[in-house]
Design a protein around this ligand. Sequence first.
Ligand SMILES: Cc1ncc(COP(=O)(O)O)c(C=O)c1O
Length: 339
Amino acid sequence: MNRPIDLRSDTVTRPSPAMRRAMAEAEVGDDGFGDDPTVHLLEERVADLLGQEAALFVPSGVMGNQIAVRVLTTPGDLILAGRSQHLVSFEMGASARNSSVQFALVDDTDGRLDRRQMADYLDAEEDHQPHIGLIALENSHMPSGGTPQGPDELAAALALAAGRPVHLDGARLFNAAVALFLEPRELTRGVSTVMVCLSKGLGAPVGSLLAGSRELMTSALVERKRLGGAMRQVGVLAAAGLVALDEGMSRLAEDHRRARRLAEVVAETFPDSGYDPTTCRTNIVAFDHPRARDLVERWVQVGLLAGTVAPRRVRLVTHGDVGDEEIEAAASIMSSTRL
Ligand SMILES: Cc1ncc(COP(=O)(O)O)c(C=O)c1O
């Protein structure tokens, strides 16, 4: 059988030839001592892209999110967040474990946080309920199908936050920016911290960055060390990250176009799912199916890899290692597998 078409995640890409060359030739130093020039270059470039004073290179998106929670909360705080966000549902309880915080959860089915529920939680502080120490957002919002959120959504959350810290999980912020025809920094204005991943749509093998004020990034450096995320001659990875920024950004619109093609196939093949293909605006197709795991298993047998993100929810993600040919092959597998 040919190699399967892998749409489990945009993290499955392998480094491009230019990345491999850049990694081999990278200028490096010990980043534990702040001596790696390639890491500095990457941190400066990403801080600038995100309109923030400083950025810190971290091994993973989860670590970036967890460092943000560490620097922005006090034990016992509540984090106000959407119930299906990565920080809440896909980090193995890390915020509770690392920072002794709890969550106040609001509906986020369509990718937007329910503003009325947010306002109620914030108001409940007056009724002796725990302090909301942080508001956490996610853009694009993965579980709803990579929903991009514009500056108005952010402005509304910042207004409700009324000066409380706001962290943005921007694992796929660049996808959101491309889908909305905006600069990434237009989607981060006013946040305390923002985390972005290079290892997703942009195609780098490893790496994420946390960005924010210089003061917060000084604290973040300490927390990164505490979590074991200080690396040494890590310019070899930062070099791939710089290439990912050069090569990846201009390709994201293609990933989005291919995801929309799959979204249309899903809507046609599974009309009972109620899935609306026009909600697919970035690189993720997520839809409800009563036998989601069986469907994914059936696809695996015929060479299509997908995933589930909830008991009855299937997810497919496009990325730089799948082109039109693979997408058409996936479309044909999908439309001929009814379950
Ligand atoms: C929205 C979101 N945030 C954070 C992460 C975590 O990134 P990492 O896998 O690099 O830890 C992911 C991973 O898929 C994600 O989808």
